[in-house]
Design a binder for this molecule. Structure first.
Ligand code: ADP
Ligand code: MG
Length: 266
């Protein structure tokens, strides 16, 4: 083949191999390479880096698009100084994404407003940026979806879908009381994730001691669910006042909330 044919082959070949970005950038990068006397491997590396960067950018975009995250929050937006009960080093370690390869879970426990959902979402964003599929759901949405699937005879398929993403975030376990059938569906979802080795980030306002209540007053199911969740897990007990209320403290809202909490717990 003559060199002209090979030049055509370079562009056609990239296209045929599906390297669309490299194909689009070939001429420009080749000119840059000639102008700067790049080595052949520098040229090839540069061209491929453009392709890989764009692929990564698109995959992150898709991961976030299909994540069902209710909104975006980042770890940078989290004020660790305002939340001394959280060990920032632990969050930094989780943000490396290693827990996802180990199939470890993260359980965030604490009262309303202390940043559980914020952290769950921010770690979800980190996972998406590392190239992982993630799925966010509230506990109640999850059980409702599974219930509907069961009523329509497609529960196994729906349970499989739950097992699929690398990271499943289940927010707000324990906020609403579940019916026995709903509790059993939540248990099945947790079990399925456990068997497939997929990580869960879970948030709850209920201490483990109160989880029987979460599972429709079924202590056996609650302890079986906790067994699976906690087998490989990091548990963070977040304490303190609601961050939202801290911001509004001047208006006396924190005192009002505290008074309301005292009256419901006594
Ligand atoms: P929870 O899920 O524990 O009820 P959220 O994560 O929804 O609480 O937090 C309530 C609001 O306060 C959110 O807007 C969140 O971004 C913000 N927030 C909570 N804690 C912090 C913090 N330490 N730094 C910055 N924002 C925070
Ligand atoms: Mg929340």
């Amino acid at each position: 083949m003559t060199s002209i044919t090979y030049e055509h082959k370079a562009a056609d070949g990239l296209k045929q191999l599906g390297l669309e970005v490299a194909h689009a950038q070939l001429d420009t990068v080749a000119q840059q390479a000639a102008a700067n006397a790049w080595s052949y491997s520098h040229f090839l590396g540069y061209l491929l880096a453009g392709e890989l960067d764009e692929r990564h950018r698109r995959s992150v975009e898709l991961n976030l698009k299909f994540s069902r995250l209710p909104y975006l929050k980042t770890l940078e937006q989290f004020d660790f100084a305002a939340q001394p009960s959280i060990d920032q080093r632990l969050i930094d370690e989780l943000a490396t994404g290693r827990f996802l390869y180990e199939g470890r879970n993260l359980v965030l426990l604490g009262p309303p407003g202390v940043g559980k959902t914020h952290l769950a979402i921010a770690l979800g964003v980190v996972a998406a940026k590392l190239g992982h599929r993630i799925h966010f759901t509230t506990a109640i949405d999850l059980v409702r979806k599974l219930k509907r699937a069961m009523d329509e005879n497609r529960l196994p398929r729906e349970i499989k879908r739950i097992a699929h993403p690398k990271l499943l975030i289940i927010d707000e376990i324990g906020y609403l009381a579940l019916e026995p059938i709903e509790a059993s569906l939540l248990f099945q979802a947790i079990s399925q994730r456990y068997e497939r080795g997929g990580s869960i980030i879970l948030t709850s306002n209920k201490a483990f001691a109160d989880w029987a209540e979460v599972f429709a007053s079924d202590p056996v199911m609650a302890s079986a669910a906790l067994d699976r969740l906690l087998h490989k897990s990091t548990v963070m007990n977040i304490r303190g006042d609601s961050y939202r209320m801290k911001e509004k403290r001047g208006a006396g809202a924190a005192a009002a909330i505290a008074a309301a909490q005292t009256s419901t717990t006594t």
